[in-house]
Design a protein around this ligand. Structure first.
Ligand SMILES: Cc1cc2nc3c(=O)[nH]c(=O)nc-3n(C[C@H](O)[C@H](O)[C@H](O)COP(=O)(O)O)c2cc1C
Length: 237
């Protein structure tokens, strides 16, 4: 699909077809997409826990579903992927990875003195590092979501209670769940209905896949020109 058409048609799916699984090769494309995204030092510390509906463990799924707020479309989704990052693992490998990129001629040490100085200084503040790594992982979540849509699937980023979900999927010490890094994927249900006009539908009510995208703010609201608060349309020269 053309990228612009894919973006224009993207919306969250809140009702999945429970009769259809996602074929392995399609799922593989979706799971590979995050690796097409950049990552500091080419390190890729993130990991995804893939939960397929067909493999659900009756003993553990209820806790996972509860941590995902018990939402109906999560129950219906053929696949749920939860992403986590590993700041300590990243810090151990980053320096060597940068050195490898320099060896390959991809990073010019003379022109990247600032980057190398940052590497020498170490990972620094762990909150800062974790925040940065979660941001990088979220680029991957976006890539996976768009790859799913490109394959004709529906995909919805979905909220969770992070500590509960981390425990339910067995995250080890040192792994930090991306609190907004859970993706529910599946074929949109054929009988999706738009939300009732004017009705207030809680997100978790699974109101269906609306025929039009949710209203979005204009670019003039989202971007400033040159300085915070200045209009993009009339930047001060
Ligand atoms: C971090 C994040 C968490 C979200 N959590 C939920 C959720 O728990 N349940 C839900 O129905 N939608 C959830 N959404 C979807 C948003 O409600 C949706 O993106 C927004 O209403 C805009 O609609 P659209 O995605 O169709 O354009 C989430 C989206 C993001 C980015």
């Amino acid at each position: 699909m053309e990228y612009s058409a894919l973006l224009a048609g993207r919306r969250s799916t809140r009702r999945f077809d429970t009769a259809r699984d996602v074929p392995d090769d399609v799922l593989e494309q979706v799971l590979a997409a995050p690796l097409a995204m950049p990552h500091a030092g080419n390190t890729y510390d993130w990991r995804g826990v893939v939960l397929r509906r067909r493999d659900r463990d009756a003993a553990t799924w209820p806790a996972v579903h509860a941590a995902l707020l018990g939402q109906s479309y999560v129950e219906e989704a053929a696949v749920v992927v939860a992403f986590a990052v590993q700041p300590g693992w990243w810090a151990e490998r980053y320096r060597a990875n940068i050195a490898a990129l320099v060896d390959r001629g991809l990073i010019d040490p003379a022109r990247h003195a600032g980057l190398l100085a940052m590497v020498d200084a170490g990972p620094g503040d762990s909150d800062f590092l974790t925040t940065g790594l979660i941001g990088e992982a979220m680029m991957g979540v976006a890539a996976a979501m768009l790859a799913a849509l490109d394959a004709g699937l529906g995909a919805t980023v979905t909220a969770c209670r992070p500590a509960e979900l981390a425990a339910a999927i067995g995250l080890p010490d040192g792994a930090v769940l991306c609190p907004w890094g859970v993706l529910a994927i599946g074929w949109p249900a054929a009988d999706d209905e738009p939300p009732a006009a004017g009705g207030s539908q809680p997100e978790e009510a699974g109101a269906g896949r609306p025929p039009a995208a949710a209203p979005k703010p204009g670019l003039d609201e989202m971007y400033f020109g040159r300085r915070w608060g200045q209009s993009l349309a009339t930047p001060v020269l």
